[in-house]
Design a protein around this ligand. Structure first.
Ligand code: NDP
Length: 254
């Protein structure tokens, strides 16, 4: 009976004890070569974790093990996790960060513009989670952290494809929580607002200014501020199925 899982026993060691005993917990960050993913990988290195980055090219921060994969290709994702496990052992923390936009108005959006974004942002996360949880279930501990977006729940004109994938992650994290919560695995969503990266630099100046006007904090966020929230979720054992906004108040109320 698949539902008759043994009862979860509390994790016996605090994080600092684990770091000391095992030489750091193992983390995998997708899209670790730039932007938010790079800042997250750097933060975990600084915190003493053993960090692997999945990316399409080897341009990762110092101290991060490189595994090549394309999020749209299940076989390459599986192979990357296998290479990472051989290098640093089973994955204890997964940060599913890689994502793309293909913005255009609904009436102009092609099937490809919709499904390409789904393939990376939603199916890509599914591919990583499915592979990473194998080891987590065996170890009876795991932290899955998905990088969504404020627009997943707030909505955004021109981003019907992107927003649909980002809210889809909430359903995914909550279903994982219900399915695997009893095995010491948590799944949470971080919802960044407008963060200074290549993705947002591409937006027209007028769009950037209009966002700025609606952010209570009165400024855009920094990649390190997303890494702060991710670092917290990596250590939190009793937070699961949560959506943590890091958006200067932009999406309040969701
Ligand atoms: P960037 O565009 O700077 O980086 C995106 C990352 O995803 C890159 O590492 C890129 O790799 C990787 N990636 C894209 N497609 C694939 C693929 N098919 N296979 C493997 N890797 C891929 O974005 P950000 O750092 O700004 O965003 C990171 C995450 O945060 C995304 O999920 C984004 O949706 C989310 N986010 C960002 C916000 C922002 O304001 N910047 C706001 C809200 C959410 P490569 O270099 O090879 O292209």
């Amino acid at each position: 009976n698949a539902l008759a899982w043994p009862e979860h026993t509390r994790e016996e060691h605090t994080l600092s004890e684990q770091v000391e005993q095992q030489g750091g917990r193992t983390v995998v960050v997708t899209g670790a070569n730039r932007g938010i993913g790079r800042a997250i990988a750097e933060r975990f290195v600084a915190d003493g974790y053993r960090v692997a980055g999945i990316a399409r090219k080897d341009d990762l921060p110092d101290g991060v093990f490189f595994a090549e994969a394309d999020m749209t290709d299940s076989a390459s994702v599986d192979a990357a996790f296998t290479a990472i496990e051989e290098h640093q052992g089973p994955t204890e923390v997964l940060v599913a960060n890689a994502g793309i936009t293909k913005d255009t108005l609904l009436m102009r959006m092609s099937d490809e513009e919709f499904t390409d974004v789904v393939d990376v942002n939603l199916t890509g996360v599914f591919r990583c989670v499915r592979r990473a949880t194998k080891g987590m279930i065996r170890k009876r501990t795991g932290r899955i952290i998905m990088i969504s977006s404020v627009v997943g729940l707030y909505g955004s004109p021109g981003q019907v494809n992107y927003a649909a994938t980002k809210s889809g992650l909430v359903g995914m994290a909550r279903s994982i929580t219900r399915e695997l919560g009893g095995r010491g695995i948590t799944a949470n969503v971080v919802a960044p607002g407008f963060i200074d990266t290549a993705m947002t630099a591409e937006l027209p100046e007028a769009t950037q200014q209009s966002y700025l006007g609606s952010i209570p904090a009165g400024r855009f966020g920094q990649t390190q501020e997303i890494a702060d929230a991710v670092a917290f979720l990596a250590t939190a054992g009793y937070v699961s199925g949560a959506v943590i906004p890091v958006d200067g108040g932009l999406g309040m109320g969701h």
